[in-house]
Ligand binder design. Structure first.
Ligand code: HAM
Length: 431
């Protein structure tokens, strides 16, 4: 066979500097979530199919239409994870959640898989950064998670975003809401497609996930989730709304967001961004107080969210990569390469936050300096944003006299000094 093999539809390769933007976002997540006491968990990218059917729910689009499900060689049904909350809860129950000190604070970053129609911001393999707070029943838990989320978004330069929150009734109240919704929609069932008619009978809440304009029109006058809350749920929701401004979370309330997954109870929220359009949420999350018990653990409340990392990176205007000083070490010819490598190593040891690149082509100072100048103007290929740039020029004069010549490319100043003075000459040049 000849010809090119292409990446599967809906996947994308990440080259530098895009890959570095993802890494910088993940580093910010680690710093901010870590600063709130959250530790990283990594769970398998495939799980038993049953896990998602029992958590995300049989009648959701995710389980019904979007999973990559396959039998392994022994005929077990496995699924590439479409989301990570189910895997995290499975792992906690398996590890013995009842023995763990509460609350349990976890975050994760990794690929997820959904067979969706690819378009801008929608992939079949995409990445999520998520957080799960397990063991806190009160609205203070929801507020911690949302406050931390907004701190993270602000750290990435996303300042014009706000959350939309809703509260989904649970238990008897949910059953009453479902009946009221059925009564509202049934007279119009004739215009619904087969999927929505199935939802209407089996899991009416899922009608809110419908993308069919007819269904959306019928739902405009539908009963409100908020009108069906029992007293305790209403108190939870009111408390959350009073806490959010105190933890720096701008929000609006909307009774029509339900976030497409069955495990949610009470709080659900999303953040959309103008750049992505309303159909494509930047992130979604909520409370899932019954999931731990549904997956065989003790009754344990929990709340969390997951950000679409690809969408996040696409909607960022500010560059999250750290600014670093670049030292371009330039030997004048092949005879100076060894001397250059020695000097480069010394600079690296003295300034661990700087980036030191040696020009191994040894094509001569004039050519290499031109290239270093170009690099200084264009940091798009690098893992870092370029701060100051110093060219370290090493010719035969430097090698023979054990001297270093350094040129600051931003100011143009150049000076030569004995190599043993490197430490004092470099002091203060790290940034
Ligand atoms: P979700 O709302 O299904 O929630 O997904 C969260 C985010 O993942 C979405 O808002 C979106 O940004 C991103 N996403 C989903 N599908 C795609 C896709 N095909 N391409 C690109 N990005 C996508 C969950 O997954 C829950 N586990 C969140 C959660 C955590 N709830 C509680 N804890």
């Amino acid at each position: 066979m000849t010809g090119r093999v292409r990446a599967p539809k809906g996947t994308h390769d990440l080259f530098p500097p895009e890959s570095e933007r993802f890494a910088a976002v993940e580093a910010t997540a680690r710093r901010i979530f870590g600063g709130h006491g959250y530790g990283e968990i990594r769970t398998p990218t495939f799980e038993s199919t049953e896990l998602f059917a029992r958590s995300v729910g049989e009648t959701t689009d995710i389980v019904h239409k979007e999973m990559y499900t396959f039998p392994d060689r022994k005929g077990r049904s496995l699924t590439l994870r479409p989301e990570n909350t189910a895997g995290v809860v499975r792992a906690l129950v398996e590890r013995g959640i009842q023995e763990m000190p509460r609350p349990i604070r976890l975050w994760y970053a990794g690929p997820q898989f959904r067979y969706e129609q690819p378009q801008a911001g929608r992939y079949r393999e995409f990445r999520q950064i998520g957080v799960e707070l397990v063991g806190v029943p009160s609205a203070a838990g929801d507020a911690e998670v949302l406050g931390m989320l907004f701190e993270f978004l602000r750290a990435l330069g996303l300042t014009d975003v706000s959350a939309t929150v809703n509260c989904i009734p649970k238990g008897d109240a949910r059953a009453a809401f479902s009946r009221a919704l059925q009564e509202h929609v049934r007279p119009h069932a004739g215009v619904l497609g087969p999927d929505d008619r199935k939802r209407l009978e089996e899991n009416p809440l899922r009608l809110f996930d419908s993308k069919d304009p007819e269904a959306r029109r019928i739902l405009e006058g539908a009963p409100s989730t908020l009108a069906f809350l029992d007293e305790a749920s209403r108190a939870h929701h009111e408390e959350l709304k009073s806490l959010l401004p105190q933890v720096g979370v701008p929000f609006t309330e909307s009774a029509s967001i339900v976030r497409g997954i069955d495990y949610y109870t009470l709080t659900v929220f999303e953040v959309t961004s103008q750049r992505l359009g309303a159909q494509n949420a930047l992130l979604g999350g909520g409370r899932y107080d019954d999931l731990v018990a549904d997956l065989g653990g003790p009754p344990t409340p929990a709340v969390g969210f997951a950000i679409g990392e690809d969408r996040l990176v696409e909607s960022m205007t500010a560059d999250a990569r750290p600014a670093r000083t670049l030292f371009a070490v330039i030997p004048d010819g092949p005879g100076e390469v060894v001397y250059a490598l020695g000097v480069a190593g010394e600079i690296r040891a003295l300034l661990p936050d700087a980036v030191v690149e040696s020009d191994l082509t040894a094509r001569g100072i004039v050519k290499s300096l031109g290239r270093a100048g170009q690099i200084a103007k264009d940091s798009s290929r690098h893992a870092f944003r370029i701060g100051r740039v110093h060219a370290v020029l090493l010719g035969s004069k430097e090698r023979e006299g054990d001297i270093v010549t350094m040129k600051d490319l931003s100011t143009g100043t150049q000076d030569s000094f004995p190599r043993r003075q490197l430490a004092e000459r470099l002091a203060g040049r790290e940034r």
